[in-house]
Design a protein around this ligand. Structure first.
Ligand code: SF4
Length: 345
């Protein structure tokens, strides 16, 4: 057994243990876990100082999850956009293939909270093969995003098999892997895994840091191993109340990622997922944060602030109104608020 598999086996699943360590009500915690399972990797558990600190509240169950029934169970309408099980076809040219039935840890704010840690998430090899067949039968699809769950919970052998099958589809040009492993299970980013990914270039690796404290010696090493192997690493962050909803935290996060050659790609407005409303921020807050970041932060380190619209309408950028259209010319708002005339032709 590899080190990461052993570490994964030692993940914290017992809510009593968490309640004891952080002085929480174990009965209340157990009730939440009954509906929304809990899983915390040893790496994360060691970094948490308090239940409500920016790392704790991402993974420790919160009774407020059960009070929120007003939002949507499947906010992105993924179930309706699945022509075959575990494949989501929302945009014409790319698909999401859900190849893994579990994650290393269960984020309390997850869009797929409805099934994370539940049997409905489990994926068989037969399901994966059906998804690959679907891609092969759709020549318009030129990109696939492997997600789940976390694709890196798969063994190298299975991942290799999936990537090899995908690489034989002539019209498929790019593979993207979405994984939180570098953040929560850095042991998973082994030299063998990097060598495997190198064989299937171009592979884009999309990871998910939400707070600067997640950037540790181990996570830096994991990301550097990926970067050295030629994989292009980008990051998506979810804007979370009480975790990272201020300019200072996000400046530090994005600047550090940029320095590590990890491109900050998206800042996501929280999806309208049932059980997560205590994490939600207002759009104005996100716009104000982005305003603060532009300028001090290098342009390459500024992510797009986006909303994935409910109902499966896709992602839209959220930008302040920089442009006033005035017939044949426009006026653009500078970072200091000055309006500058700008001819259109
Ligand atoms: S790792 Fe991703 S899919 Fe898994 S619980 Fe976290 S956000 Fe959801």
């Amino acid at each position: 057994m590899e080190l990461w598999q052993e570490r994964s086996r030692n993940s914290i699943l017992c809510s009593d243990l968490v309640a004891q360590r952080f002085g929480l009500d174990s009965h209340a915690l157990a009730q939440v876990v009954e509906r929304y399972p809990m899983r915390i990797t040893p790496h994360q558990f060691e970094l948490i100082r308090q239940a409500d600190d920016p790392l704790g509240c991402q993974v420790i169950p919160d009774p407020r999850e059960l009070l929120d029934d007003s939002l949507l169970v499947d906010p992105l309408n993924e179930e309706q956009l699945s022509p075959v099980p575990h494949l989501v076809h929302r945009y014409p040219y790319r698909v999401l293939l859900l190849v893994a039935g579990s994650c290393f840890s269960y984020c309390r704010f997850c869009t797929r909270k409805r099934k994370v840690g539940c049997s409905s998430m489990s994926v068989s090899l037969g399901d994966i093969l059906k998804g690959i067949d679907y891609i092969a039968e759709h020549p318009e699809v030129n990109e696939v995003i492997l997600s789940g769950g976390d694709p890196l919970t798969m063994s190298d052998r299975l991942l290799d098999d999936v990537l090899a099958r995908l690489s034989r589809i002539p019209h498929l040009q790019v593979v993207r892997i979405g994984s939180r492993a570098p953040v929560v299970m850095p042991e998973r980013i082994t030299d063998a895994l990097c060598a495997l990914l190198r064989r299937y270039q171009p592979v884009y690796f999309l990871t998910h840091f939400n707070h600067p404290r997640e950037i540790t010696e181990a996570t830096v090493e994991a990301c550097q191993r990926l970067v050295r192997s030629g994989v292009i690493v980008a990051n998506q962050t979810v804007l979370l109340r009480g975790v990272n909803d201020n300019s200072e935290t996000l400046f530090k996060l994005f600047h550090t990622l940029y320095r590590l050659q990890i491109r900050p790609y998206y800042l996501h407005q929280m999806d309208l997922t049932c059980g997560t409303s205590h994490f939600r921020t207002r759009l104005e807050d996100g716009i104000a944060i982005m305003d603060d970041l532009r300028g001090p932060l290098s342009g390459l380190a500024v992510p797009s602030y986006i909303v994935d619209l409910p109902g499966g309408h896709g992602k839209v950028p959220v930008t302040p109104d920089y442009v006033q259209r005035l017939g044949d010319h426009a006026r653009l708002r500078a970072a200091d608020g000055t309006l500058v005339d700008y001819p259109q032709s």
